[in-house]
Structures are given as C-alpha cells and as structure tokens.
Ligand binder design. Structure first.
Ligand SMILES: C[S@@+](CC[C@H](N)C(=O)[O-])C[C@H]1O[C@@H](n2cnc3c(N)ncnc32)[C@H](O)[C@@H]1O
Length: 377
C-alpha cells in the first residue's frame, strides 16, 4: 500500500473504530477481505482512511446493521451502477421499512398480550400473519426496472381528472401516473415503495385505501392506478376515495366477464392459476357502484411502456425475462412452481413456433382489449 501525500487529511484506524463504534479488529478484517481498504498508511505504518474509504465503510456498516452478509455487501457496494446518493436512498428506504416492520410487530405483540389478558388465544394463522411481509415490501425493490408511465394511458387518466386542482393518488407506488401540473398528495402503505419514489415526487402519506386519513371532500379528485386488486377490501377503499374527493378515477380490470381468462393467451394457455387470484374479486358492477360512476375500456398498446401484467401481449419473449416478471405481483402470488411451468411452456412454444401459430391474429393488432377499465365518477 503506498504512502500517500496529504495523509494528514485521513483518519487513523483507531479514530475510525472509535467514531463508528466498531473494533479495530473488524476494520482489519474488512481490509483483509478487500471490503473496505484504507487507501493509505501513516508514516508510522497505521492504516489511514480517506473520505472515500469512510464513505464506503459507512455503507458497509449500514448494510451490516440491516442484517446483510459480508459477501452480499461486497456485491452491493461494488456495483458500479449505484452511486453514494443511490446507496443512501436505498439504505434509508430499507431502514424505514425495518422501523415500520418493528412498529407493526410491537402492535401485534401488544394486541396478543391484551387478548391473552382477557383469556383469548390467537389462532396459529393469526399469530403468523402479524409477522408475514407485506407483498410490496418484498417485491417493491424490483418495481422501477420496468414499471413506468405509459403516456397514452396517462393521458386518459389525466383527462378524466378534468379541472381538478388537488388530486389524491391512492396506492401511489412510485408515482408513475401522478400529473405534474396539479397539487398531488400520495398515499402508499408500503415503506419500500415510498422509499423508491423519486426525489421531488409529491408528498406521500403512509396509509391504506380502506382508511384514508382525510376529512370528507378534502380533494378535488382521487385516483387509484393498478392498485385496487391489492386492497384487502376494494369496495371499502373505493368508498373512501368517493368520501374524500368530488371526482374519482380508477384504473383497474374487469374480471366479471366469464370470458376474461380466455382473452389473454398468457392466462389461457400458460397461467390458468391467475384465475385463483381473483376468486374474491368484486364484479366490475360492484366496483363501479362503490364510486357511483361508469366504466370505459382501456386498450393496451402493443408497445405499452409500463410493464404491467398484460403489457407484453404482442412481445411474448418479454415474459421469459425474470426482471419483467419480478416487477409484476401476479408472478409472486401464483408461486414459483406455476411461474416456472408457465415460463418453460412459453419458452418451448416460442422456440417451436407453436405460440406464433396460435396467436397469429395478434400481429395485425396495435392495441388489445384485455379487460382493463377506467372507472370514472
Ligand atoms: C401495482 S402497484 C401500482 C403503483 C402505482 N399506482 C403505479 O401505477 O405505478 C400497487 C400498489 O398498491 C399498494 N397497495 C397495496 N395495498 C394497498 C391498500 N390497501 N391501500 C392502498 N395501496 C395499497 C402497493 O403497496 C403498491 O404500491
């Protein structure tokens, strides 16, 4: 290791250990395994840490605190695509998530203590559920890779918002469909999704659609995009949108038509398990009634920019891509067995020409009716 000029700007290993609250042995170990290598030595031969080394150490220690293993941390901090700001954002999101999980666990324990004090025992399912992850807290990190604004569909949503000046976006995720020319407030229950919102995005409240923390008629309009199917109680959530806003715009899909499963080759020929995800799903009439509105079809363009489940209906190879699938909750919800089988079947049919033969009519279409609907009230 070279003696560096300006080593007086560096921190000695002892000082770094003291400041960071770790042992000198730990720092020596990180150096030996190449995780954090101090870039210089003092004339007396002590390890000396430059500002960049300290920055890297700080990232390592934060990931460590979150429970990551040293090997995983090495991959994370060596990723050339992630700069210091991106690390800080990711760490912040993960820490907020951990904090929320801890708070939820405390609440669940308090509830069980209260119940026990009254002689009530929680069922095994209830006990476990309190510790299970929220879906989007587990899959959210993969979302931004392929999920982004589809301008043609966004235009429909924004037009439906009419002259609304204040807009509440419920189940906002990373905010792909938030209009930039109005005053938007977002609602998002997943800490991971909240942390992934870009800098400068609209302020976001941690809450769920079923209990919106706003007074009646607080907003000119409320919108919900591609989220209602995740709500524990869709009708209650839609009524909440209706309560807090004069106008309501919801992008969702119609599962009540018995032919819906046949409409899309992916669910028809490869993933029939999709139907099982919708057994408790209210009819389109019930959803529309909850906001007192009407439903308009939304066709999916062949080159849809937002990678939702139906987006690649004319680009079947996309579904072979793990990154595409990880950004769509359906694949996680059907489970790995169904996913692997569906992907293997599709891969075979694409290679043999069977897919092309069966879906020959699609090539001529620029947009497809796959049951997506805009509910407007
Ligand atoms: C498919 S993402 C859509 C995100 C965003 N609207 C978009 O179009 O990019 C679904 C979102 O709904 C959120 N969500 C799940 N349950 C919810 C609930 N009960 N109330 C509000 N949002 C919920 C999830 O955390 C997730 O961010």
């Amino acid at each position: 290791m070279p003696h560096s000029r300006g080593v007086e700007d560096h921190l000695t290993v002892g000082r770094v250990a003291e400041l960071a609250g770790v042992s000198v042995r730990t720092l020596h170990h990180y150096d030996r395994i190449g995780l954090v290598r101090p870039s210089a030595r003092t004339p007396a031969g002590y390890r000396a840490y430059a500002a960049g080394d300290v920055e890297r150490l700080r990232e390592v220690l934060a990931y460590r605190r979150l429970g990551f293993g040293l090997r995983e941390i090495a991959d994370l901090v060596d990723d050339p695509a992630t700069d210091a700001v991106a690390h800080l954002r990711r760490l912040r999101g993960l820490l907020l998530h951990q904090r929320d999980r801890a708070a939820a666990t405390v609440t669940a324990i308090d509830r069980e203590l209260e119940a026990r004090a009254m002689g009530i025992r929680a069922t095994p399912e209830e006990q476990l559920k309190a510790f299970g992850p929220q879906l989007y807290d587990s899959i959210g990190a993969d979302y931004p890779a392929t999920r982004r604004t589809e301008p043609r569909i966004a235009a429909r949503v924004w037009e439906a918002l009419g002259d609304a000046r204040t807009v509440l976006n419920v189940g906002a995720g990373t905010g792909s469909y938030e209009p930039t020319d109005r005053e938007v407030t977002a609602v998002e229950p997943s800490a991971v999704m909240r942390a992934l919102r870009p800098a400068g995005a609209a302020p976001c409240v941690a809450a769920a659609a079923e209990h919106l923390p706003f007074a009646d008629r607080s907003f000119d309009a409320a919108m919900a995009f591609s989220t209602v199917h995740h709500w524990r109680d869709p009708v209650a959530g839609l009524r909440e949108l209706r309560r807090v806003a004069r106008r309501v715009v919801v992008f969702t899909y119609d599962a009540s038509d018995p032919g819906w499963l046949q409409r899309f080759w992916l669910t028809r020929d490869y993933l029939p398990e999709f139907a099982g995800l919708l057994t408790d799903w209210p009819s389109l009439a019930d959803l529309t009634r909850a906001i007192g509105g009407r439903a308009e079809p939304v066709l999916v363009p062949w080159d849809c920019a937002d990678g939702f489940f139906e987006a690649y209906w004319r680009r079947p190879e996309a579904y072979l891509d793990e990154q595409v699938r990880r950004a769509v909750s359906v694949w996680t919800r059907v489970g790995p067995e169904a996913e692997q089988r569906a992907v293997a079947g599709l891969r075979d049919d694409l290679a043999s020409g069977r897919w092309a033969e069966r879906n020959r009519d699609l090539v001529a279409l620029d947009a497809a009716e796959l049951g997506l609907r805009l509910l407007v009230a």
